[in-house]
Design a protein around this ligand. Structure first.
Ligand code: FE
Ligand code: FE
Ligand code: FE
Length: 163
């Protein structure tokens, strides 16, 4: 008989997925800040870089609650999203379309994270991991706020300049 996997296993695997993703994002954000032309966009990336460090620590706390050492698991989705961003940075370097491209890539990243943290929070509650819920909720809030900030910037100067 095949060994039965549980929602708890799925939670742990998804936690590893987002842990890996956050580490990749932490590496990408300084490059995005450096590449951005608008000061507001640079600042948004730098602020989110600091938040991301805290988000990684929160995930490490959740691993600890599970009695597991923090471990990442290759996430092809985030690698793909980040690769698309790199391509835009290269192909649109020095053009007015660079910042809109960076914004679009960053929003794709945030949307992936929002999906993951929303799911993890729901599963943590269902699994009775009540101490993990507020940690996942705190990060989910930061990702949503970042997405909202990027939406505001996309509608403001950053994109108007490119028009
Ligand atoms: Fe994050
Ligand atoms: Fe993934
Ligand atoms: Fe984020």
């Amino acid at each position: 008989m095949a060994q039965e996997k549980t929602l708890h296993d799925l939670f742990t695997e998804t936690l590893k997925d987002i842990y890996y993703a956050e580490k990749q994002i932490l590496r990408a954000l300084p490059k995005m800040a450096k590449s951005a032309q608008s000061e507001q966009l640079k600042m948004a990336f730098r602020t989110h870089q600091e938040q991301t460090e805290g988000q990684i620590e929160r995930l490490e706390q959740v691993f600890e609650m599970l009695g597991k050492a923090p471990r990442g698991k290759h996430c092809p989705a985030i690698v793909g999203i980040i690769d698309e961003g790199k391509e835009i940075m290269e192909d649109f370097a020095g053009t007015d379309a660079l910042d809109p491209g960076l914004l679009a890539g960053a929003q794709a990243v945030e949307h992936y994270e929002i999906a993951r943290y929303g799911t993890l929070k729901t599963w943590a509650a269902q699994l009775g991991l009540t101490d993990a819920v507020p940690l996942l909720e705190a990060t989910l809030k930061e990702e949503k706020e970042t997405d909202a900030l990027l939406t505001r910037l996309a509608g403001a100067d950053v994109n108007r300049k490119a028009a």
